[in-house]
Design a protein around this ligand. Structure first.
Ligand code: PEP
Ligand code: MG
Length: 764
């Protein structure tokens, strides 16, 4: 390898004038207009050219000491801002650690080489990395790579080091300051963070960082009696403000968010918490220090419990403690809607308790980003109830954003766009307008029955799990609730929901359904769905373990309470419930025996029974494919849980991203399995539906209709798109296509369906 300027001999020292020209060019690039990123992109291009290198990359140091790929010429552009090397990782990390050049003729065979498939760097053998230093402090690493395997000359090392010095100058003088160059620079660039949607919608607005915690500086009390008085007054203020907040009109509707917030309010009244706070003040601490001590010791205990339930409880406690600190500091404990907050606020937090969201003025709040919130977190439930677009698991947002930055929250894809370019903003504005128009179109279809062009009626149902989901049934114009996941109430509650609580919930669900059919699913707990208040054994393979009906039959008291709640709640109405994870048909006999027993008990107490009872099985385990007739004899209806059925059919864990998308359910094995279920149900005239993810996507729903399904259940938001598809579909033609494809040796079914949909102008 030799640099262009050194045409005579690769060992000759760099000629001073040529070097000066190169450096001047580099400085010119840095003075050119454009943002930090475009300048870095130009620098790598220029350095690659000068050094005759196929690859030139700049890695910058982040606050945590890791190195992030900030710009590259030659490696995959997709890896920029994605590839991160841990401190000391790989040859680049080694260069940063030693603050010395690393010059390797055959980098991939070096033991320290760290292979990152996303970069595509396996093609390049020689590697030269030099540290980007400023006053001895590491800012990043400048790297060149070539395909040929050879060591770079001393002169190359020298030139690259000189270039690294100029890059350092730029980093310090320009957008960059201090040692955490990457972070500072990143605060000026457009950036996309991919998290997970935890509610629905798209929001465009400006960043507001959720208030950082108050730092307690005074630990010991001067006057313990006065301190106790401050604590008592603050506790009173806290409880009153919470009562007021929860009376807000937007939250008055029934729904699971109420349970979350009620539990939160009860936590504020918790005697144990108050006692611990008082004891801490009695020990001589200020009220502020007492709150912090109790918070820390509880956190230590809760974090030892490694599950989401306790994490949520911890967040509740943090929320209460922060609130109490603010009251003690004399800060506003009411609505936060001050003038300095943007009118189109995107609220950003590492994590958040449920009530913290309610502190903000709803009229300004457009979106929420929580770095470690999941779909079942309490803040997500409240965001959904308020109809605010929210994304969780958006790691790195807080460190990359400044107050007032433009931000887009896409709670469809889970993407967060920080400081988006004008084109991205335009695209999203279009998307929001398009969504609004599409909504209007779907709303217009609300009362149109889902009938195919050749006259096949398809019943569309919604999947639900919380009372708050029920209004969607009518809004979407669905025919009923095809799957009500009862375990969600159990997972959100902090004690086992008693009979009366269960009855109340199921009654509410039936009342809100207003005569439309509802299929309750009996508890699907155990395995990975852990209830913290229920002792469960540790399992090697929870998805295949002691869960759902297996647990229910072994612990009949629990299951019988639920059956009793179903029977009482549905008094005088039609009761439909189904059993998850049925593996052998005979399990349904055991379920029926329990139902009969409960009916006898209620009857002997002269309680009104349901007008009709239909007991169904979920078809989720492939063993049932081999006793179809026996199963059909034992059930009143069947519902295919396609998520679990494909997980077990392909032996691919649906929660493991390495394999969950590896096998396409829209393929011959799954379609054949579904076809045999449809045929058996038709033979025995057993009502059949499907309630897994396959039903909610227009293309896969089209396949289901072709296979013969006439009833499917999906997320409420999917009803409109699936109905549009059905209205433009000729079911007979899809059936013929499937029969044809399943006779072919290796059909690429998804591609064929896509072609078919396009040719037939089907809305997918
Ligand atoms: C399924 O398995 O397809 C299903 C609907 O149930 P869940 O996703 O709750 O397991
Ligand atoms: Mg399932």
């Amino acid at each position: 390898m030799q640099s262009r300027r050194n045409e005579e001999s690769e060992f000759a020292p760099p000629s001073e004038p040529t070097l000066r020209i190169i450096m001047r060019r580099l400085r010119d690039i840095m003075a050119e207009p454009g943002d930090g990123q475009s300048r870095l992109d130009k620098i790598v291009r220029h350095v690659a050219g000068v050094m005759v290198a196929e690859v030139c990359s700049i890695y910058l140091k982040r606050q945590d000491g890791s190195l992030e790929l900030f710009a590259t010429e030659g490696l995959n552009q997709d890896a920029v801002h994605k590839t991160r090397l841990k401190r000391g990782e790989g040859l680049v990390g080694r260069c940063a650690e030693m603050k010395e050049p690393v010059n390797e003729a055959d980098a991939p065979s070096h033991p320290a080489f760290s292979y990152r498939p996303e970069t595509g760097e396996e093609l390049y053998h020689s590697l030269l990395a030099v540290p980007i230093l400023r006053s001895g402090e590491l800012l990043g690493v400048l790297v060149i790579q070539n395909r040929t395997s050879r060591e770079y000359s001393d002169e190359d090392v020298e030139v690259l080091q000189a270039m690294a010095m100029i890059v350092a100058e730029h980093l310090i003088s320009g957008a960059v300051a201090g040692s955490s160059a990457a972070i500072e620079l990143s605060k000026t660039l457009s950036h996309v963070i991919v998290g997970e949607p935890i509610s629905e919608g798209i929001a465009l607005g400006h960043a507001h960082l959720h208030e950082p915690r108050i730092v307690v500086t005074k630990l010991m009390a001067d006057d313990p009696v006065a301190e106790m008085h401050r604590l008592t007054t603050a506790l009173l203020g806290l409880r009153t403000s919470l009562d007021e907040m929860l009376r807000q009109e937007q939250l008055s509707g029934v729904g699971e968010h109420r349970e979350v917030l009620e539990a939160f309010r009860m936590f504020a009244h918790d005697k144990g918490w108050e006692r611990r706070l008082r004891e801490a003040v009695e020990s001589g601490l200020t009220a502020e220090a007492a709150i912090e001590r109790v918070q820390n010791s509880t956190r230590a205990r809760m974090l030892r419990q490694n599950d989401s339930y306790w994490r949520e409880r911890q967040r509740d406690l943090d929320d209460l403690s922060d609130r109490l600190q603010r009251i003690l500091a004399g800060q506003n404990s009411g609505l936060l809607g001050h003038a300095e907050m943007p009118h189109d606020m995107i609220l950003i937090a590492r994590n958040m308790g449920p009530a913290e969201l309610l502190d903000y003025d709803r009229t300004r709040l457009r979106g929420v980003i929580v770095e470690d919130g999941s779909g079942t977190s309490h803040v997500a439930i409240v965001a959904k109830a308020l109809g605010i677009a929210a994304v969780g698991q958006a790691t790195g947002t807080v460190e990359r954003v400044s107050a007032g930055d433009a931000v887009i929250v896409d709670a469809e894809s889970g993407e967060v766009h920080l400081r988006p370019s004008a084109e991205v903003i335009n695209a999203y504005s279009d998307k929001v307008r398009f969504r609004a128009r599409r909504r209007q179109r779907y709303d217009a279809l609300r009362d149109t029955p889902a009938v195919t062009k050749d006259g096949q009626k398809v019943s569309l149902h919604i999947n639900a799990g919380l009372v708050v989901d029920m209004p969607h049934l009518h809004e979407a114009g669905a025919d009923g609730v095809g799957l009500f996941r009862t375990e969600l109430q159990f997972m959100l509650s902090h004690t086992f929901p008693r009979l009366t609580r269960q009855v109340q919930t199921y009654r509410q669900v039936l009342a809100e359904a207003d005569g439309k059919p509802v299929v309750f699913r009996a508890l699907d707990i155990g395995g990975d769905k852990v209830l913290p208040y229920l002792k469960q054994p540790q399992e090697e393979n929870p998805a295949l373990g002691w869960r759902a009906i297996r647990m229910s039959l072994d612990r009949p008291a629990l299951f019988r309470t639920q059956i009793r709640a179903f029977l009482i709640a549905a008094a005088g109405r039609d009761l439909r419930f189904m059993v998850p994870m049925v593996t052998v048909a005979a399990e349904m006999d055991a379920v029926r025996r329990l139902v009969d027993k409960e009916m006898e008990i209620l009857d002997s107490r002269r309680l009104e029974l349901p007008r009709s009872i239909a007991i169904g099985a979920m078809f989720e385990v492939p063993s049932l494919l081999f006793e179809l007739d026996s199963l059909m004899r034992r059930v009143d209806f069947l519902s295919v849980g396609s998520n679990d059925l494909s997980q077990f059919l392909f032996a691919a864990d649906r929660t493991n991203p390495l394999v969950s998308k590896r096998f396409d359910p829209l393929s011959a094995p799954m379609l054949r399995a579904l076809r045999s279920i449809v045929k058996a149900a038709e033979r025995r005239r057993v009502p059949l539906t499907l309630c897994g993810e396959l039903a909610g996507n227009p293309l896969t729903a089209m396949a289901l209709i072709g296979i013969g399904f006439r009833s499917i259940s999906m997320a409420p938001a999917s009803i409109g798109p699936v109905k549009s598809m059905i209205l433009s579909l000729d079911a007979g033609r899809v059936t013929a296509l499937i029969e044809y494809l399943l006779k072919k040796p290796n059909p690429s079914i998804r591609a064929e369906f896509e072609r078919f949909a396009e040719a037939d102008s089907i809305e997918i």
